[in-house]
Design a protein around this ligand. Structure first.
Ligand code: PBG
Length: 320
């Protein structure tokens, strides 16, 4: 008789494990705030801080030493305006932070999140007219942002604003300026999710009216995600992302099976903070829950996972 339990013994479990999350799979999101001299803890995200340029550079050195392969940068500018000019300012916060990181580290891949929402006074991901987010008028600004980020030394740009044709616009702008080797990681299937809640505090990117359901995807839809991803690949995306991760594992699996592209999943702020908050209350074992969550995301098809737990994970892996 076949007994499935025969292999569920300590030494054997390790041998037959189909999925193992490694530090190599992880990308650490980091926040850099133009107004800060020293780091400030983010209340809604236990264990995470907003950095000054200097503390960010130190953090990236630590991550490099721990073997974390990549970081993704989110900027908080000193001033916001209607048109999000801080996003494409050559001396903007992400551009300066990238230059600083590149002075001190050589191995860590720097990914620049590419969106206007942290830089606009209204908090939306594009230009606004009569409370409407304008698609085509926003595209040149995204192209400009990409070029300024690449010029500052970003290894990858990651458009997260869900504007139609953003990948084509960015690819065109990068190629025109000689950055034909800069890859695009597109937030291709990004859902309008309440799990971004804690990030809004972290990045001060709450919006002054409406919500993002006019441009981000409806959680009810799966086949639409395949279209989103297909179009981004056709426009030149080198890597694609599904976001959030755990509530959308079905999407992740479909996308991976359909396209077989380098696929990232973003374990977003709400997914992270739910586990951390429950662990603080002793309601679950935070470390085990986090490992289980990350394992499920990898099992569902992610080659890369953006997670706020990346540093802690790397530290634990090192201790083993
Ligand atoms: C927008 C952006 C958001 C996140 C990453 N990029 C917020 C949003 O779309 O509202 C969320 C990340 C997280 O929750 O961890 N540029």
């Amino acid at each position: 008789m076949r007994r499935m339990r025969r292999l569920r013994k300590p030494g054997l479990l390790r041998m037959v494990a189909e999925t193992r999350v490694s530090t190599d799979d992880l990308i650490m999101p980091l926040f850099v705030d133009e107004r800060l001299k020293v780091p400030v803890k983010i209340g809604s995200m236990p264990g995470q801080s907003r950095h000054s340029i200097e503390s960010l550079a130190e953090e990236v050195v630590e991550l490099e030493e721990l073997g974390v392969p990549a970081v993704i940068l989110f900027g908080l500018p000193e001033n916001k305006d209607e048109v999000g000019s801080g996003a494409y300012d050559p001396a903007g916060i992400v551009q300066r932070a990238t230059e600083r990181i590149k002075e001190t580290t050589s191995k860590v891949v720097v990914i620049a999140d590419l969106c206007l929402c942290e830089y606009t006074s209204h908090g939306h991901c594009g230009l606004i007219k009569k409370q409407e987010v304008l698609n085509d008028e926003t595209l040149p600004l995204l192209g400009k942002t990409a070029v300024s980020q690449a010029r500052a030394g970003a290894d990858v740009v990651a458009p997260s604003g869900m504007m139609d044709h953003m990948v084509a616009a960015i690819r065109g702008a990068l190629d025109d300026e000689g950055f034909c080797d800069t890859p695009i990681l597109s937030y291709a299937a990004k859902y309008a999710s309440s799990f971004y809640g804690p990030f809004r505090e972290a990045a001060e990117s709450g919006y002054s009216f409406g919500d993002r359901s006019g441009y981000q995807m409806d959680p009810a839809n799966a086949l639409e995600a395949l279209w989103e991803v297909r179009l981004d690949i056709e426009e030149g995306a080198d890597m694609i992302m599904v976001k959030p991760a755990m509530p959308y594992l079905d999407i992740l699996r479909m996308v991976k099976d359909e396209f077989g592209m380098p696929t990232a999943a973003y374990q977003v702020s709400g997914e992270y903070s739910m586990i951390m908050a429950a662990a603080e209350r002793g309601w679950l074992d935070g470390e085990r829950a986090m490992l289980e969550a990350l394992t499920s995301i990898k099992r569902a098809g992610a080659d890369m996972i953006l997670t706020y737990y990346a540093k802690e994970f790397a530290r634990k892996e090192r201790e083993e």
